[in-house]
Each structure stands twice: as C-alpha cells, then as structure tokens.
Design a protein around this ligand. Sequence first.
Ligand code: ATP
Length: 264
Amino acid sequence: MIEVHHIDKSYGSLTVLKDINWQVRRGQFWGVIGPNGSGKSTLISLLSGVEKPNRGQIKLGGRRISEYKRKELSRKLAVLQQDGLPPVAYPVREVIEMGRFPFQNWRGRENSEAARQLMDEIMAKLELNELASRPLHVLSGGQRQRVALGKVMAQQPEIVLLDEPTTYLDIRHQVQFMELVAGWQREAGLTVISVMHDLNLAALYCDQLLVLHQGRVVAEGTPEQIINSEMIESVFHVKSHIVTHPDQGEPQLLLRKTDRANVK
Ligand SMILES: Nc1ncnc2c1ncn2[C@@H]1O[C@H](COP(=O)(O)OP(=O)(O)OP(=O)(O)O)[C@@H](O)[C@H]1O
C-alpha cells in the first residue's frame, strides 16, 4: 500500500530523516513512536505529500506520491492533526460535509442519496447529532476532535494519517477516539498510520510499531516485539518496567521514578 524507499529529509543543514525504508500493507494499523524531535511529524508530512524528500521516493499503491493530483490523493489518503480543526463558526454537520470535497463537482455539490446516508451514519456513530447545528468554535477541544474524525471519515480514504490525535483528550475520550478509529479500520479495511506519544495506548491499538530515534528507524514490529525496557531506555532515556496486560497480553509500560530506578 505504501512503500518508502531510502528517504532523506533536511531543513537547511539539519537532517531530520535519514535513509528511511518502510513498507505498510493494506489494512495495517501502524503506530509511529519516538522522542520529541525524532522526525515523526516530518514523516507524516512526507507521506501526505505536503513535504518532499531530498532523496528517495514514496509510492502509494505502486505509484509515486508526486504523480497524484490533489483530488485523487484526497480520495486515497486523509490526514488528521492533533488539533484537528480550527475553532471556526461553521456548524458541525457542514464541517463534516466538507470532507466530501474529493467527490464534489466544481460547484461544491454532491447530490446523492448515498452521500446523505453516509453523513447520517457518521453523525450517529460519532454521537454528533445533538451538536449538528452548533458552530465549531463553541465546542470543547475533545468534541472538535470528534468532528475532525467525522470529516476524515466522510472523505472515505483508504489510508488515514493521524498525528498525535489524542493529545488534547482526557482518558475517556482517548479510548473512545482509538476505538472509533479501530472500528473504522476493521469495517472498511482502512490502513492507519498514527503518531503516538502514549506508548500504552499504542501497544493496545496498533498492530505494528515504527520507532524513530534521531531521524532513523531503530526498530519495527509488533508491540510485543518492540516494547521492552532496553528499547525504552535507549530511545526515551527513562527506566521502566514492562508488564503484560491481563486482558489481551499486550505489553504495558510502568514508569520508574529516577531515584528508585536502581532499587531492585
Ligand atoms: N519546517 C521546518 N523547518 C525547519 N525545521 C523543522 C521543520 N519541521 C520540523 N523541523 C525540525 O525537524 C526535527 C523533527 O521535527 P518533527 O516535528 O518531525 O519531530 P517529531 O518527532 O514529530 O517531534 P514531536 O514529538 O516534538 O512532535 C526537529 O528538530 C524540528 O525542529
């Protein structure tokens, strides 16, 4: 689905990504993890075609990303940032309908019963009906992020790129957001790539992890293969205990206080 071949990316003299090679298969849920400044958001910008690599190439469905026209790319791929939508005055349902732009004609119209039905389904699934006519700028950050997810769902992409999508959400809404994305992935065979800071959430929801450190891929594989206290210490410089989640057996991280870290 996505092939990344020998990517380098620099800003001026600063090399941000070095020789990135990565293959993403259809229907996978990847988490991209790594410390601040390791190049995660830059990788998302390259995958979305917003930024161009200095070396190497990215292919989507066998074609170079640079060969796609904007609307064509929007039907394939959608992006959701951590503060998904600005607090504008448009009402919720209208904002979600804006996600249909790749399917609208030159007058911004799409008169199909199927599209209206899709809107109704998304509004119901995301529990947005009560908010349908409220303007975006009066909503809380968490509600706005749900609307942002609705807008990318309306786009019906094959791939969704999420850049720290749960940063501003409380734990209930973090879990709700990840459940919605995971449900969408299962139902639609969606491919998901999500930058994640919360490693426990990443281990619960992602089936593959890519670890970036100083612009390089230092590990990739399932959470079980990747998350161990040695990797956490070498990449994030913190001491941790890794425990097994009692429900499904995923690795979960317990942080250790620095002054206790050497007490066995
Ligand atoms: N447009 C830009 N111009 C110059 N430098 C940039 C630009 N975008 C990113 N960088 C630099 O590239 C490096 C990687 O940034 P990036 O945002 O990709 O990291 P990140 O892993 O997403 O970090 P964080 O976890 O803090 O969000 C940083 O040193 C950053 O300052």
